[in-house]
Design a protein around this ligand. Structure first.
Ligand code: SDX
Length: 427
């Protein structure tokens, strides 16, 4: 329901329209603020500022709710395939049998990467971080598909979407294979999306590799849980870069770079390294909770806290349960799981965490499952990006369809006022 908000500035009253979303979220539309008042708003980290209206993902941070296009994350994680969720996010509806068959088949027919891409890939040092490699390779795809940035070329966005979904897993597995000196694998199109990824990751030419359905199912669930999360840092980056009419590959490459940060997707690697350190240190979680509360320590409890969730991250709940189930099914005893549970228990009864509403987020338990699936630590954030790819694509597509203007925030200047140039001999 639209309404108005009154602002009184220097004794003068200004009215601004308010808007309300389909879930009752409210905003003040300040499009005319600067023209009418000469003022702008400022909001470090955009904690109170909406960048757009979107119909893709709904979060309720207070209630711990997450829905993709109206479907609950619990339902989708339990019942859908990752490609069904990718289709839902990108096209707005769950696919029919025919739509799904075409989507899956289109992706299958684009899983091979141009062999010249290997020359770019082979130029990276062997221990390059896979996130830096992936950001470069995805950007390099625009070189192989110049119609992605040629405004005069017919619009082939749908084909570029299929190419990204199809080739990202292939390129991601190259990073893993190179890190251990193994030959890279070609995709096997007889396999489903998750099984094909596992085949490219783990099969070796010297023996037959059978995909373990438990592992493939676990991967499917993890990718769904990471698929979108409204206007997070990396998604906002994809939208901002895309708003300049930069091509889809460059926009996604920028999103990969933003996700790499340890405060964002890079946290899943930080969490497992933190948990390993605690295990190695005798499992004294109280010591690390104390460190996290001591600002001078510079230590953060990675995997805890969230800009939006001030309650449990629903994804963390699902992943925590899945970690129990998968480790039990695979007969794996990973001491970090018990340490993680103890850390959660201690933190959630500690005033510092309660006062700041710091709960486990999506990254807290995910690394324990990735490790159980055989994924190495430095590939954890690549797995996050693989899951987030359809969400980034959906958000980019929505921004373009809405013909949103180029994103260009204002600022308040606090630097030197006008001064005369002084020749160097007089400085
Ligand atoms: C993701 O946005 C998304 O949706 C992201 C994501 C997605 O799906 O895209 O959900 C994925 O990025 C999850 C978050 C992963 N990051 C981490 O786990 C890193 C550790 N967490 C934080 O650094 C922090 O909680 C953030 C970055 C997640 C959120 O930071 P905010 O909202 O800017 O909050 P803040 O840093 O201002 O913290 C508020 C207070 C501060 O204390 P005070 O200054 O008020 O005394 O809480 C403290 C912080 O010091 N705090 C922590 C803490 N997180 C916040 N103290 C100890 N350990 C932590 N983990």
């Amino acid at each position: 329901m639209a309404g108005t908000a009154e602002l009184i500035i220097e004794g003068k009253s200004y009215q601004y329209p308010t808007i309300e979303g389909s879930e009752g979220e409210k905003a003040i539309d300040i499009a005319k603020l600067r023209d009418e008042t000469g003022y702008i708003t400022i909001d470090s980290g955009y904690k109170n500022t909406g960048a757009t209206k979107s119909g893709i993902t709904f979060l309720d941070g207070e209630e711990g709710i997450l829905r993709y296009r109206g479907y609950s994350i619990e339902d989708l994680a339990d019942k859908a395939s990752f490609l069904e969720v990718a289709y839902l996010l990108i096209y707005g509806e769950l696919p029919t049998t025919e739509q799904y068959a075409k989507f899956e088949n289109d992706i299958r027919r684009h899983t091979i990467v141009n062999e010249d891409m290997r020359r770019i890939f082979n130029g990276f040092p062997v221990n390059s971080h896979p996130m830096g490699v992936m950001s470069s390779l995805i950007s390099a795809m625009s070189g192989f598909y110049p119609d992605s940035y040629d405004d005069k070329a017919p619009d082939r966005t749908e084909l570029h979407i299929i190419r990204l979904l199809a080739k990202f897993p292939t390129l991601a597995t190259w990073c893993y294979k190179k890190s251990n000196g193994h030959p890279i694998n070609y995709p096997k199109n007889s396999l489903d999306y998750c099984s094909n990824f596992l085949h490219m990751m783990f099969s070796l030419p010297v023996e037959n590799y059978e995909v373990n359905p438990v592992i493939s199912k676990a991967l499917n669930k993890l990718l769904i849980l990471h698929a979108d999360h409204e206007q997070n840092c990396s998604t906002s980056t994809v939208r901002l870069v895309g708003s300049s009419k930069a091509n889809l590959y460059s926009s996604i490459s920028a999103g990969i770079s933003a996700l790499w940060g340890p405060l964002h997707g890079g946290a899943n690697q930080e969490v497992i390294e933190m948990l390993d350190e605690i295990v190695a240190d005798g499992g004294d979680v109280e010591k690390y909770v104390l460190k996290a509360k001591d600002k001078s320590s510079g230590f953060r409890l990675f995997g805890f806290g969230h800009r939006v969730y001030k309650n449990f991250d629903p994804r963390a709940r699902i992943i925590k349960k899945a970690a129990d189930d998968i480790l039990e099914t695979l007969g794996i005893n990973d001491p970090t799981l018990e340490v993680a549970k103890k850390l959660e228990e201690v933190a959630l009864t500690d005033e510092y965490f309660i006062a700041r509403k710091l709960y486990p987020n999506v990254d807290f338990y995910s690394g324990i499952i990735y490790r159980a699936l055989g994924i190495p630590t430095n590939m954890f954030t690549v797995m996050f990006a693989l899951g987030r790819l359809p969400g980034w694509i959906a958000q980019w597509k929505e921004m373009r369809a809405a013909k949103e203007p180029i994103g260009r925030p204002r600022q308040i200047y606090t630097g030197a006022t006008l001064r005369e140039f002084v020749p160097i001999e007089k400085r």
